[in-house]
Design a binder for this molecule. Structure first.
Ligand code: SAM
Ligand code: SF4
Length: 360
């Protein structure tokens, strides 16, 4: 039984995504397609001490899983120090990180020594020329080196994230599974999500979970679902097993959103707390403390438990667990202030939010 605080839909607030930087050294077309971005000023980025304190507050409310993300988390100087600070909290039972892997070979050992427990490396393609075209980087070998270093350093349950995009890498599903098998890593295919206007997302580029399973079944034969036994039934990925025992996951955020079981909230690099990836507005947890107002940080429990459902600050609510179930039909209403009901028009909340560290 979870001791986490519940939201109005009785979903526990058990898992926290913490973005440690908004910067990135790749330009994935589905995430940060532009050459140049205006990054957050350094002074507005949370310090390690602020992140440690916030994590402690959330841990006191039942959060026991923390995932470091970005931007690219390994661009944050001295990251193992932050890892050690968070790992020191006995309430955090699972400390993980998602990285693009470019700098991982250099830092894997220090991260593990500092207390990082799990790693996910993003790997969309096994073909360097595709990465060059798609993420504007010729450093594919560094990513592969990062995967090998993670495995050699002893990270258990290594995962590989692959965003599947029609016409880009949808012919590599089996190759990636084979690669994962060779490197003792489990691949998680992610349906391509709409995270903001600049990425030129369109539904026809989305390869659905169903289609992925059909392609893989043609190659490998029958595929069976893996049901979590005492495992994490709130994980976003549905897991499957091939006849030879190889497992893989699919995160079907587009065709089968997992809102009903979602236990995640997210803090961006500048300390804004979002209860839902599709929320248009978040709650500032940084300034009240920096400006010396009140008792430090707003108490997340006041927001999560009683006032509104997860995603309630947003009009972009998604999926069957949310108050607006018609995710696609209703996905572009003008954002509305949750308190006054007034229509507001932020420039592009989704892309801003994503760069601050959102992910499935
Ligand atoms: N930079 C790190 C990385 O790429 O692993 C961490 C941050 S990144 C935003 C986290 C994850 O989100 C990555 O695995 C990435 O592939 C995934 N992602 C980014 N844009 C996406 C999109 N439009 N649809 C689905 N997944 C996406
Ligand atoms: Fe950077 Fe990760 Fe976004 Fe790619 S997905 S641009 S690596 S933050």
């Amino acid at each position: 039984m979870s001791d986490a605080i519940n939201d109005a839909l009785q979903r526990p607030l058990a898992s926290l995504r913490l973005s440690v930087t908004d910067r990135c050294n790749l330009r994935c077309r589905y995430c940060m397609p532009e050459d140049e971005y205006v990054w957050l000023p350094r002074t507005s980025i949370l310090t390690f001490e602020e992140m440690e304190r916030l994590t402690g507050v959330f841990a006191g409310l039942g959060v026991h899983k923390v995932r470091l993300t970005g931007g690219e988390p390994l661009l944050r100087h001295d990251l193992p120090t932050l890892v050690a600070m968070i790992a020191h909290n006995p309430r955090i039972r699972d400390l993980a990180m998602t990285t693009n892997g470019l700098l991982l070979a250099k830092h894997a050992a220090a991260l593990r020594a500092a207390g990082l427990q799990r790693l996910t490396v993003s790997l969309d393609t096994l073909r360097p020329e595709r990465m060059l075209a798609f993420a504007k980087s010729a450093r594919h070998a560094d990513v592969l080196e990062g995967v090998a270093a993670a495995r050699d350093t002893g990270f258990a349950n290594l995962k590989l994230n692959t965003v599947v995009i029609r016409g880009f890498n949808d012919d590599e599903l089996a190759d990636l599974i084979e690669f994962g098998r060779r490197h003792d890593a489990e691949v998680r295919f992610i349906e391509y999500m709409d995270v903001g206007g600049a990425t030129r997302w369109s539904m026809d580029q989305v390869v659905s979970q169903r289609e992925m399973l059909e392609v893989l079944a043609r190659r490998y034969g029958p595929i069976e679902p893996v049901h979590p036994i005492g495992g994490d039934d709130r994980a976003p990925a549905e897991r499957f097993r091939l006849a030879d025992g190889t497992t893989f996951g699919i995160i079907a955020s587009v065709t089968a959103p997992f809102c009903r079981t979602c236990d995640r909230s997210r803090i961006t690099a500048d300390g804004t707390w979002f209860l839902c990836l599709y929320a248009a507005r978040g709650i500032d947890l940084r300034n009240p403390r920096r400006l010396g107002r009140g008792a430090g940080v707003p108490h997340p429990g006041n927001v999560a438990g009683s006032q509104r459902p997860r995603g309630g600050a947003a009009t972009r609510r998604s999926g069957p667990g949310c108050p607006v179930p018609d995710r696609f039909a209703a996905r572009r209403p003008p954002p509305r202030d949750a308190y006054t009901g007034r229509v507001t028009s932020p420039p592009d909340p989704l892309s801003t939010l994503w760069r601050g560290g959102m992910h499935p």
